[in-house]
Design a protein around this ligand. Structure first.
Ligand SMILES: [Fe+2]
Length: 386
């Protein structure tokens, strides 16, 4: 059996990779991009810096900075309008996962019209929208190398999963220097998200030798550095390894899919506005414990790749160490419980059925080594509270 692997056409990786933006645009035959980003990137001066570098090469770029965290249908529409009113030949997606996910949706809707809902899974989007050059500033969602975007329908609080080669950026500029000023909380949340991508890709039923290779290397790069970047954001070597690890984890899960943690995480995020990485972090130890019996060896491999177990550990002891590490990591990186985050118990318990339903509908739980029933999901959601 063979596996199809989908990647960006170009990757520029390493210190100051983002400085290559004009060259990359030129090589695509583009010269009038719209920079899609958020207010933080404008405040930090990152968006203007790219605009200035492009202006020097006679490439006029406009900035759209109205993307929102956990992008909604309405926030996408604003960008689509901007694209349709302009004569842009490309999009530069600058920021964390949300601006990049927003840009993917805007690229397709801006060119082909329609409603976001028309493009949600199980439809596979193969149309080519405006070419996207993705510049991630977190390590990370991996969105710069995935063919997936998640847009929330704010009317139904559903996180719509949209996928297909149409959402894959043509180029990704992976520049760790853009993460050096990232606050500790975002560093932790996005870092655990990246670790979750690597672990889920590795235990996914859709895993292949190719995705395994990327996922294991991602775990080797991410796991030893999570605490370092959380405590000292200016640690360049740790930031660089996290950034590459995040991109490799993105390649792994884009080609092997995520699994139960992500399936359960999206409904929590949509209902209670918990940032994506944080809801994953809340779930990761509990879901890993639930899933280990169905993939003992795979999870033990994760523990070894992460450096928390050695070749001398048998699978059972490696998995014990893995669970201990995931819990210790959440403690040290101050990941709150749903209650500590401020979610009301009654509201949470009242939504258990809906969250379980939405998790199953996303398809991700089916990729998990242990496939849960709706009742299992409700039990797992409850476990997060006790
Ligand atoms: Fe994720």
């Amino acid at each position: 059996m063979s596996t199809q692997i989908i990647l960006p056409r170009m990757l520029q990786v390493g210190e100051n990779a983002s400085h290559a933006t004009p060259n990359i645009l030129a090589s695509l035959g583009c010269r009038h991009p719209l920079i899609i980003t958020d207010k933080m990137m404008v405040q930090l001066g990152y968006a203007e810096k790219i605009q200035a570098v492009l202006a020097e090469q006679d490439m006029p770029a406009d900035i759209f900075d109205d993307t929102v965290p956990e992008p909604t249908v309405a926030s996408i529409q604003a960008g689509v309008k901007r694209i349709q009113e302009g004569d842009y030949d490309s999009i530069i997606a600058l920021g964390g996962g949300s601006p990049i996910d927003s840009a993917k949706a805007m690229s397709i809707l801006g060119k082909f019209g329609g409603e976001m809902r028309d493009y949600k899974f199980p439809r596979v989007v193969t149309e080519a929208g405006l070419p996207i050059i993705a510049i991630p500033t977190t390590a990370g969602t991996g969105s710069e190398v995935t063919k997936v975007t998640i847009i929330t329908d704010e009317k139904t609080d559903e996180k719509m999963l949209c996928m297909g080669i149409g959402f894959m950026p043509v180029a990704a500029l992976v520049d760790y220097t853009l993460t050096l000023s990232l606050p500790a909380r975002i560093t932790a949340d996005t870092g655990i998200d990246a670790l979750t991508h690597a672990m889920e890709a590795y235990v996914s039923k859709k895993a292949s030798l190719y995705s395994d290779s990327q996922a294991l290397e991602a775990m080797r790069l991410i796991a030893p550095n999570l605490r370092r970047v959380y405590h000292d954001g200016s640690d360049k070597k740790a930031r660089e390894e996290m950034m590459l690890g995040s991109t490799l984890a993105g390649v792994a899960f884009s080609n092997a899919s995520v699994a139960l943690v992500h399936g359960m995480s999206r409904p929590i995020g949509a209902a209670f506005h918990v940032p994506h990485g944080l809801s994953n972090a809340m779930l990761l130890p509990t879901v890993t414990e639930y899933s280990i019996p169905a993939a003992v060896e795979r999870y033990a491999d994760c523990a070894r790749a992460m450096g928390v177990a050695t070749e001398q550990d048998d699978n059972a002891s490696a998995n014990k160490k893995l669970l201990a590490e995931l819990r210790a990591l959440n403690d040290e990186l101050k990941v709150p419980t749903p209650e500590q985050f401020g979610i009301e118990r009654e509201a949470y318990m009242g939504l258990l059925d809906t969250m379980a339903e939405q998790a199953l509908a996303s398809g991700s739980p089916n990729n998990n080594p242990r496939v849960p029933s709706a009742d299992d999901l409700i039990k797992l959601y409850k476990q997060l509270w006790w």
